[in-house]
Design a protein around this ligand. Structure first.
Ligand code: G3P
Ligand code: CA
Length: 381
């Protein structure tokens, strides 16, 4: 089968997966016929196209960082699912975008935890709320996840109160189960969140991460795993312990929190310069830049000329996995918004096409079905 015909069929499959999933809450319109050899088709495409990284699962459709969100991402064809990792009081890695969980769980309405409310400074930012490091895993497991951005994603609130905060081990168990069922190796792309902070409170993330990957047979060069961090020091340390590729995250602005803590004056702007990229290439296999590092926006949100970041990173053999791609107008460049309604979907396919054309090696998406379909169009163009 030619590459062109293979990817045409994959494009249909991406929509087909959504159609099947329509019974659990995703729109099921425009369903094509089923494709019989789905696993083989996906496997072939994964070798040829940029990776689709299910950002916090399929967080465009389910409360983020829940097993339901990861499962949906895998079923939609994401190559990798992405858990952000923080620690509980008893040192268990759990999947949350940040250790303050007032916005993504029901803890603020749970009177038994009212006395755990704290004000803390995390990476220089003062936060008031409830923190994973103040709850044991058993306590955390009594909570239920909720949608972070209900104004933008009101449909996702249908699932509020239904899912627990998963442990990293539970995410890996799900990954293994779905890999068997879907007959393809689903990747996992864990991120250490606030590693310097967690080390400072004697709950370092890295030993538990290494232990868990070892225990699951995932600390090998052949494992479908990337480990990512916005900090530099912990990636350099992990390089000595891990045999999987590492990804240096690069934010739009600011500096790695470990640089700030140690008095290192370098910022993310320095990391994207040729010397910074060269240094990253000594410990990481790639970079995960905010997407405006590749195509910046002007003050009104319109796209400007692309930077040389993709070319510069590739020149030192770094992969490029930008974040974060989302269907709603509020997250899209002004060029691709469909209306002034921030929650309405805009021309997300146009944004994907633009970034695929830049030569990115993968991208983080809240809507993996859209990303998979856009990739198929790109490969088939
Ligand atoms: O890890 C890639 C991307 O997820 C980084 O941003 O804040 O969503 O974890 P964040
Ligand atoms: Ca992340």
């Amino acid at each position: 089968m030619s590459r062109r015909s293979r990817t045409s069929r994959i494009a249909g499959l991406a929509v087909s997966a959504v159609a099947v999933l329509g019974v659990v809450g995703v729109p099921a319109s425009a369903a094509p016929e089923a494709v019989p050899d789905a696993a083989q088709e996906f496997a072939a495409q994964r070798e040829t196209g940029p990776l689709v990284l299910g950002h916090r699962g399929a967080s465009g459709y389910r409360p983020e960082h829940t097993l339901a969100s990861y499962e949906l991402a895998a079923r939609m064809g994401a190559d990798y699912i992405e858990p952000d990792l923080v620690s509980t009081k008893d040192g268990v890695l759990v999947a949350r975008h940040e250790n303050e969980i007032g916005g993504t769980t029901d803890i603020s309405s749970r009177t038994e935890f009212a006395d755990r409310k704290r004000t803390k400074v995390i990476d220089g930012v003062t936060l008031t709320g409830w923190f994973t490091e103040d709850l044991t895993l058993a306590e955390l497991k009594t909570l239920r996840a909720k949608e972070r951005i209900p104004q933008t994603r009101p449909r996702n609130t249908l699932y509020d109160g239904r899912y627990q905060v998963p442990t990293f081990q539970e995410v890996l168990d799900l990954r293994a189960k779905l890999s068997r069922e879907l007959r393809r190796d689903i990747g996992v792309y864990p991120e250490t969140k606030h590693p310097t902070y967690f080390t400072s409170i004697k709950l370092p993330l890295e030993p538990a991460l290494v232990r868990t990957l070892n225990r699951n047979g995932l600390n090998t060069p052949r494992a479908k795993v990337f480990v990512q961090s916005f900090e530099v020091g912990n990636l350099k340390a992990l390089k000595r312990e891990l045999r999987v590729p590492l990804i240096q995250l690069i934010d739009s602005t600011g500096a790695p929190a470990d640089f700030v803590a140690s008095g290192d004056k370098r910022t993310y702007d320095d990391l994207v310069k040729p010397a910074g990229l060269h240094e990253i290439s000594t410990y990481a296999a790639g970079i995960g830049p905010a997407k405006d590092r590749i195509i910046p926006r002007d003050d009104r949100g319109f796209l400007k000329q692309p930077t040389s970041l993709v070319k510069d990173a590739h020149a030192v053999k770094l992969k490029v996995h930008p974040f974060t791609f989302r269907n709603e107008n509020t997250f899209l460049p002004a060029d691709f918004r469909s209306s002034t309604d921030p929650a309405q979907y805009g021309r997300a396919f146009d944004e994907y096409a633009l970034f695929f054309k830049q030569g990115v090696d993968g991208l983080f998406s809240d809507n993996p079905d859209t990303a998979v379909a856009a990739r198929a169009e790109f490969l088939n163009r």
